[in-house]
Design a protein around this ligand. Structure first.
Ligand code: DOR
Ligand code: ZN
Length: 344
């Protein structure tokens, strides 16, 4: 039986770090194992301009504990007022690695997102020209559409028309949760998809059966088992279309365990242990490096990391159930099965 696994140091292609005391609390959890991460811009107020992104990157680097190495890959939050020249300058300087599209109202702090795609046409044209990826939260926000159908409907009614209207635009379908998402990601060029750790583990029963479990509530919400299985197949297929974006999204417990609880699973602390367990469960440990360390840099046209991490297998490892941050306690994702792999 395999007892150690050495991988190139992984990257997280979708991460929420927040700001202030929360940033200080959660950053070491990611930097401990990951070399780089695509940093989501949904702060309050959001990271819209190159200047905002530079200031946020500096705050992240200032919060990094001595002796830890970590490179934040910054993104801009697309609004109907985004200036194409600012996006171009921020990308060409190397500061910004992607632009994030939130349909208005889709999730946490997305009210400044896009309603009318005609208003962002110039920005999308610039992005296609310079090869800057657009990271898309792919859910419609129409009240009539059932929350479990919002991803599939988005693909047909928004994403596919958007891609046809913007040839050459490089798109990342963020945190896909459905078999339709998997199939669509496979169908195109200039197209990739991130998959979270938690969507490989939970389906909608985990959220709702036997009492409501707020720490499993995230957006897009976990779907039926058949969709979870499709995500596992995609993540472990070796297809470079699919790579890790944890969407680790910390909220303090008081706001998760609430009458109107926030969306987000906090997985930074144990993601590599959970992934190793999941890939091993399916006999695909040899595919973990591609998913966590190789496919992402290939899509983003960045070098792979030279450093490595080694995981070892042994008696079940106990992770803390929560981490303490200056903003309050944050519950760590519980996969519901023992974890035998730890990063040395
Ligand atoms: O569950 C989620 N949490 N999904 C998102 O899209 C946003 C994120 C957050 O910022 O909390
Ligand atoms: Zn996210």
């Amino acid at each position: 039986m395999q007892q150690t696994l050495t991988l190139r140091r992984p990257d997280d292609w979708h991460l929420h770090l927040r700001d202030g005391a929360m940033l200080e609390g959660v950053l070491p959890e990611t930097a401990r194992h990951f070399a780089r991460a695509i940093i989501m811009p949904n702060l309050v107020p959001p990271v819209v301009t190159g200047d905002h992104a530079r200031a946020y990157r500096d705050r992240i680097l200032a919060a990094l504990p001595e002796g830890m190495a970590f490179e934040p890959l910054m993104t801009l939050y697309l609004t109907e007022g985004t200036d194409a020249a600012d996006v171009r300058a921020a990308a060409e300087s190397g500061l910004v690695k992607a632009v994030k599209l939130y349909p208005a109202g889709a999730t946490t702090n997305s009210h400044g997102g896009v309603r009318d795609f005609d208003k962002v046409r110039g920005v999308l044209e610039t992005m296609a020209e310079i090869g800057l990826p657009l990271c898309i939260h792919g859910e419609v926000t129409t009240p009539e559409v059932d929350i479990f159908d919002r991803e599939a409907v988005f693909i047909d009614t928004v994403l596919d028309p958007l891609r046809r209207a913007n040839p050459g635009l490089r798109v990342v379908m963020e945190h896909i949760t459905t078999e339709q998402g998997v199939a669509y990601a496979r169908s195109g060029t200039d197209l990739a998809a991130t998959i979270t750790t938690h969507h490989l583990v939970i389906n909608r029963n985990h959220i709702l059966v036997g009492g409501i479990k707020p720490h499993y509530y995230c957006l897009p919400v976990a779907k039926r088992e058949q969709h979870r299985l499709a995500l596992r197949e995609a993540a472990m297929s070796g297809d470079a279309t699919f790579f890790l974006g944890t969407d680790s999204a910390p909220h303090v417990d008081a706001l998760k365990e609430h009458a109107c609880g926030c969306a987000g699973c906090f997985t930074a602390t144990n993601t590599m242990s959970v992934l190793a367990e999941v890939f091993e469960q399916d006999g695909k440990l040899d595919r973990l490096e591609g998913f966590a360390s190789l496919h992402g840099p290939a899509f983003y046209r960045l070098p792979v990391n030279e450093a490595t991490i080694t995981l070892t297998k042994g008696a079940p490892v106990e992770y803390p159930t929560k981490i303490e941050t200056g903003a309050g306690p944050v519950t760590v994702f519980d996969p519901g099965f023992p974890l035998h792999w730890t990063v040395k």
